[in-house]
Design a binder for this molecule. Structure first.
Ligand SMILES: [Zn+2]
Length: 148
């Protein structure tokens, strides 16, 4: 049985109902099942053009390619830059969806990342053969993660 006071970040066993971890200071209130959703007290700056990864507190993504935010050529890969401005995470699973101008979903794929440190940027490349049509917009959602 899981100890209610176990820190999800450093695994320190705290007294139940502790508000902060005695080992690392991580806020424990309501963090169960919420890895990646606890805002860091001092998030790093987010560059222009980056959007929040859904279901996270401090993960952001930017989409880049020669389409310049507009149309992709069908032969082009889709490049997604992930940026972590909060707590370091590992064993991430991310859900990526692309939509057309009418908001219809064109594709959905899952990508895994072994590690995403605080302040780190990681590129995710989606090959064009995984994309049936060029998307007008892209959404990224965190499915699960562990604290690094
Ligand atoms: Zn801790």
């Amino acid at each position: 049985m899981a100890n209610a006071g176990t820190c999800p970040k450093c695994k320190n066993g705290n007294v139940a109902l502790a508000e902060f971890c005695a080992g690392c200071g991580f806020p424990l209130g309501g963090t169960e099942g919420a890895v990646g959703r606890v805002p860091h007290p001092q998030p790093l700056p987010v560059p222009d053009g980056f959007r929040k990864v859904a279901a996270t507190a401090d993960l952001y993504f930017g989409v880049h390619s020669a389409w310049g935010g507009k149309r992709l050529l069908t032969t082009e890969n889709l490049g997604i830059t992930l940026l972590n401005v909060g707590y370091g995470l590992q064993e991430l699973a991310l859900h990526v969806e692309g939509f057309d101008q009418q908001g219809n979903r064109l594709f959905e794929i899952e990508r895994r990342l072994p590690l995403l440190h605080r302040g780190e940027r990681v590129e995710i490349e989606v090959p064009s053969y995984e994309i049936p049509d060029p998307p007008e917009s892209v959404d990224v959602r965190l499915v699960r993660a562990e604290y690094a």
